[in-house]
Design a protein around this ligand. Structure first.
Ligand code: HXC
Ligand code: NAP
Length: 281
């Protein structure tokens, strides 16, 4: 799909890049020639993922331990990236926290924890990189990983839902404000992509997974490479005129849930015959 080495001499920083979708994106960017910086709280996992990706691709992957809620440590993260690679060209805000719970059972701290990671964390990273790009008169690209419920809302994941909605709004707001600096911001809204982090917390029961797959028009979950290729495209110069956009990648899941008459999918051939007979002309 892409020319080899489209990201050669480019450096991409990915939060939550040691696991799940973040790791898959890190590997894809690295295969395409990027220097990659992966950032999260757990140093041992970051180190292991970095070595694993480097061994596959031959391009450098730098692990940096950092909690995205800690704005004061951002200077140090940036400096480490700059010392190693000279410049940073793109940011992927992928780190997140989430849990399933009836909202009335959550403590206020639980809400704050998710909003701090997802919304404030994305804002802090974007602010630090944006100020650096503006100062250096460099172009920059930001990709925010949100969810389909950032637009629709969703019960039982309210802290995540409101935080992701904020991140989507941040994407659009700054696309308008920072276009003049040649900084692009876009978002991806994934439907279900199996990862240990999401599945353990949100879909622990195989029956729940089956029900979820059944309501997706394409009748399957997403493949990490499908998302990683979309991310590579949005960060690359091929998407140089796209900014403030969100691309949904969910096999049609959210539209199937939203369309007024989509529930008719459940009707059998016999039901349709009966329906035709009973309908008034
Ligand atoms: C209710 C919970 C909880 C749970 C923690 N809390 N887990 N409340 N249900 N399962 C509450 C705690 O009681 C505490 O409040 C507050 O949240 C902070 O908890 P800590 O454990 O101290 O927080 P912390 O160590 O910072 O851990 C962050 C975390 C954890 C978010 C709670 O789950 C985490 O590290 N997650 C990262 C990975 C992740 O979530 N990945 C999934 C992303 S998938 P009190 O008041 O008791 O002190 C996704 C979209 C998926 O986002 C869509 C699928 C289709
Ligand atoms: P994951 O593997 O659990 O990824 C979450 C990552 O965030 C972890 O690497 C974690 O690393 C990091 N992280 C959490 N809190 C952090 C903090 N305070 N500071 C820095 N890093 C932190 O889950 P995933 O499924 O790949 O999710 C990746 C992204 O996709 C998330 O934004 C999620 O909302 C989104 N998404 C996923 C799905 C899906 O079906 N999988 C669907 C829609 C959207 P540490 O624990 O080392 O900090």
């Amino acid at each position: 799909m892409f020319k080899e080495n489209i990201f050669l001499h480019k450096t991409i920083l990915i939060t939550g890049g040691g696991t799940g979708l973040g790791k898959s994106m890190a590997q894809r960017f690295s295969e395409l020639g990027a220097n990659v910086i992966i950032v999260s709280r757990k140093s041992d996992i970051l180190q292991k993922s970095a070595r694993e990706i480097e061994a596959k691709t031959g391009f450098p992957v730098m692990p940096v331990e950092h909690d995205v809620r800690d704005y004061r440590n951002m200077k140090h993260v940036l400096q480490r990236g700059l010392d190693q690679f000279g410049q940073i060209d793109a940011l992927v805000n992928n780190a997140a926290g989430n849990f399933i719970s009836p909202t009335e059972q959550l403590t206020y701290k639980a809400f704050n924890t998710i909003v701090d990671i997802v919304l404030r964390g994305s804002y802090y990273m974007t602010l630090a990189l944006g100020q650096y790009w503006i100062r250096e008169r460099m172009k920059g690209a930001v990709l925010n990983i949100v969810t389909t419920y950032a637009s629709t809302g969703s019960g039982f994941v309210v802290p995540s839902s409101v935080a992701k909605a904020g991140v989507l709004n941040l994407t659009r707001s700054l696309a308008a404000e920072w276009g003049k600096y040649n900084i692009r911001l876009n978002a991806i809204a994934p439907g279900p992509f199996p990862t240990k982090g999401a599945w353990q917390r949100l879909i622990p029961d195989p029956e729940l997974e089956k029900a979820m797959i059944n309501r997706i028009p394409l009748k399957r979950v997403g493949d990490h490479l499908e998302l990683a290729n979309l991310a590579a495209y949005l960060l690359s110069d091929y998407a140089g005129y796209i900014t403030g956009e969100v691309v949904t990648i969910d096999g049609g899941e959210w539209l199937a849930g939203a369309g007024e008459f989509n529930f008719l999918e459940k009707l059998s051939a016999e039901d349709w015959q009966a329906f035709k007979k009973s309908r008034k002309r």
